[in-house]
Design a protein around this ligand. Structure first.
Ligand code: ADP
Ligand code: MG
Length: 279
């Protein structure tokens, strides 16, 4: 289900709206240079761009992990960039971040890792004593079931494959009950088969109504899985279009380097056909 998207990338029923977001690091690099777009519930958006384009900075600013220098990130009407205290906490709860390296507690079970997604919903004493209430424990199991890992609930995270660990991280995001899942290079460390399973899972999550924004390096995966592609280069949005409209010229725009005259810019591997899916 895709929302109507206007030419400037804003959609009528956005759950998250990024407007003119800017971030410059001390070294003087403009990592984000006025980024604007919106995402609707149920959309699966891929953010494409070469290394250094600003993808990680974008996700960190959207979740409030890094303070933007300017612009706004509105989630359910609350500006992450200007909120403080409880309001910031409430807004951040709406955004779950998934990392390339999964960020699970390796010695804890899959179930326990998913329970961490409930932290914002339970009293601090329960967290301290690891005494989660039955409804939270059941919800964590349901989230593992949703990503196809119920039978691995009691397995330690470090005994799961990379793809399974990433699906536990997705289950943790589901347990958080976030409106938006931001996944920063979620399949960059995975073999193609595991990558397909993880992207299938993210697509299913989007279809359940959550807005999913995933940064990807591989153009063919973005085209195969996302409904919409936002291309970043040097901290700017150079394309925001339905995936089916991504053509050769657009790829040139995204990946063109300031290469010396006469040399061919580095291009990503791009297969002509989407990979087969396995779930
Ligand atoms: P991507 O995730 O697309 O590779 P990043 O957001 O990591 O891009 O980086 C965008 C730009 O900001 C790059 O030029 C990078 O070198 C710079 N950058 C990222 N993090 C920092 C930092 N902590 N300090 C200084 N510069 C940074
Ligand atoms: Mg990055």
């Amino acid at each position: 289900m895709s929302a109507p998207v206007s030419s400037n990338g804003s959609c009528a029923r956005a759950v998250v709206r990024v407007d003119e977001l800017r971030k410059r690091y001390e070294a003087g690099v403009a990592a984000l240079d006025g980024v604007s777009f919106s995402v609707a519930p149920g959309e699966f958006v891929a953010v494409l761009g070469p290394s250094g384009a600003g993808k990680t900075t974008l996700f960190r600013c959207m979740t409030g992990l890094t303070r933007a220098d300017g612009g706004s990130v509105l989630v359910r009407g609350q500006d992450i960039c200007r909120s403080r205290g409880l309001a910031l906490r409430a807004a951040r709860q709406e955004m779950a971040l998934i990392f390339q390296q999964f960020n699970l507690v390796r010695r804890l079970t899959a179930h326990h890792n998913v329970l961490a997604g409930r932290l914002a919903h339970v009293p601090a004493w329960r967290v301290m004593l690891h005494r989660f209430a039955r409804p939270d424990r059941q919800r964590a199991l349901a989230c593992l079931d949703a990503v196809g890992l119920l039978e691995r609930a009691w397995t330690r995270a470090d005994q799961l494959s990379g793809g399974q660990q990433q699906r536990v991280a997705i289950a943790r995001a589901l347990a958080q009950e976030a409106s938006v899942i931001l996944a920063d290079e979620p399949v960059a460390s995975l073999d193609p088969e595991s990558a397909a399973t993880v992207l299938d899972t993210l697509r299913a999550v989007a279809r359940s109504g959550v807005a999913v924004v995933a940064s990807l390096h591989q153009v063919h995966l973005a085209v195969a899985y996302a409904e919409r592609i936002i291309a970043l280069r040097s901290g700017r949005v150079v394309e925001d279009a339905p995936a089916g409209r991504l053509d050769e010229r657009t790829l040139e725009q995204i990946y063109a380097r300031t290469a010396p005259a006469g040399t061919v810019p580095e291009r990503p591997h791009c297969s002509s056909a989407p990979q087969s899916l396995t779930l």
